[in-house]
Design a protein around this ligand. Sequence first.
Ligand code: SF4
Ligand code: SF4
Length: 253
Amino acid sequence: MKERIIGLINEFVKEYKSEKDTFTDWESPLVAFADAHDPLFLKLKEAVSKTHKLPTEFLRKAETVISYFLPFQEETVMSNVGGKYCSKEWAIAYIETNRLIMDLNNFLAQELSKIGFESRVLPPTHNFNTEKLISDWSHKHVAFIAGLGRLGFHRMLITEKGCCGRLGSLITSAKIEPTKRPNKEFCLYMHNGSCMECVKKCTFGALKEDLYDRHKCYRVCLLNADFHSEVGFADVCGKCACGVPCSFTNPVK
Ligand code: SF4
Ligand code: SF4
């Protein structure tokens, strides 16, 4: 089952550009599986936000959470190094990847239903309270629980293929063996106190050595959404993730 799901995700992503004629292309995805009853889901609800749902609150028969990372290609990432606004390529990649995640989740749900399993498809983003900026399902934290990577100082997930890309997840009643969580940090700062390149990249004062101001960060994202309104609603920035040691890889390895 595990190999089948990984194969389906890989195949879907590989064909997506030519099938949908997207501007963006993606590197091959990373996939991980969490036990829907993992106690960390309850901890997440208690520690991060009471509004965060447990997998079983979305799907009563939940057994597994499938989490995946869709890495952007190098050109997309390098286009977003420097400058005030995010690059047009980055804005388009954000929008097209959100669509890809919805399409991929619907496809996976269909495939799983053919073999008798239920699924709950979660939207890639915009499932958060716009005042408190807290969501009912954090793909980033879910990906951490599933063992897809570790959180970086810039508050993004760093995977074995870096942090430049997008995360998606799906809850299913299929029981799939969970992935082992990595027990070492992937961020250089968390590992040995070095780096902080991400802080230098945030020229907006949202990410500093001693604070992360998510409201300031989101205001920057909204400026980008205005600036790139012709491509859709790209409330994204990502300057702290581009052109840094963890952009494409786990730098601690
Ligand atoms: S740029 Fe350096 S300090 Fe910042 S998240 Fe990446 S590895 Fe960690
Ligand atoms: S996404 Fe942009 S505004 Fe937010 S912390 Fe990173 S560089 Fe700063």
